[in-house]
Design a protein around this ligand. Structure first.
Ligand code: HEM
Length: 227
């Protein structure tokens, strides 16, 4: 009795929302498609998407305690690891998730390459994917500096001087990344800004296009002998 009342109430709420938002049409257009022939390699794109969401969620929680200044960055992470309830878990997931995401995105790209899924009509999906790979690596590069420990400091010193070896524009890129000739407060704040705003915003935009194309074109399949 109680549960039928609840389910009719729920049906009414759903019908009210559906009439205004077109939820059923959205479901049919976005999700109600035949499942592609089972193949574990085809799940790597979704795994990348899951890792992106996981990194976003854990990253947002980390900003509650992390402070992007040379005086406090290191200590704020020590505090997250030892003083904040489950801070070690959230930071651990974000730390290892970063490595796993780079790996999974790369293996996803390898499977697309090996199955030649970049061919007509999926050239754009591939090109947008290249942007996604670069942005994912940019997230790793900018995030690496944030703990502001010795390893982070020197890795970024080396990384930014490698950028400085690009012909002609190298020194300009190096200065722009560092915010000067040396690593300083400016480097940390601009890496932080890139890590939490600029790169994720660009990633989100490209992901929207990538997913739109995947839904529009469907997943490629190996042609049968008579196709
Ligand atoms: C953040 C990174 C990425 C995410 C979240 C992502 C997500 C996805 C998802 C969910 C799919 C559909 C399922 C699948 O085929 O696995 C897909 C397909 C595809 N992705 Fe990605 N992807 C990413 C990076 C890349 C990269 C780096 C490339 C190549 C340079 C790429 C190229 C493609 C192509 C061509 C397809 C269509 C494959 C087919 O139809 O068989 N993606 N992606």
């Amino acid at each position: 009795m109680h549960s039928t009342l609840l389910s009719t109430l729920w049906q009414k709420i759903f019908a009210w929302l559906d009439e205004r938002l077109g939820l059923n049409d959205m479901y049919k257009g976005l999700l109600d498609r035949p499942e592609p022939l089972g193949n574990w390699w085809n799940t790597l794109g979704s795994a990348s998407l899951f890792l992106f969401i996981l990194q976003g969620a854990t990253g947002i929680f980390l900003t509650v305690y992390y402070t992007p200044s040379p005086d406090h960055a290191y200590d704020s992470i020590q505090y997250i690891m030892t003083g904040v309830a489950f801070g070690w878990l959230v930071r651990g997931i974000h730390h290892w998730g970063a490595t796993v995401m780079v790996l999974v995105v790369f293996i996803h790209m390898l499977r697309v390459f090996i199955t030649a899924s970049y061919k007509y009509p999926r050239e754009l999906t591939w090109l947008v994917g290249v942007g996604l790979l670069l942005l994912t690596m940019g997230m790793g590069f900018t995030g690496y500096l944030l703990p502001w420990n010795q390893r982070a400091y020197w890795a970024t010193t080396v990384g930014t001087s490698i950028a400085g070896t690009v012909p002609f524009v190298g020194p300009i890129i190096e200065q722009a990344l560092r915010g000067g000739t040396e690593l300083s407060t400016l480097t940390l704040t601009r890496f932080f800004s890139a890590h939490i705003w600029m790169l994720p915003a660009a990633l989100l935009g490209l992901l929207g296009v990538h997913m739109y194309l995947v839904i529009r074109l469907g997943i490629s399949h190996v042609p049968a002998a008579d196709e």
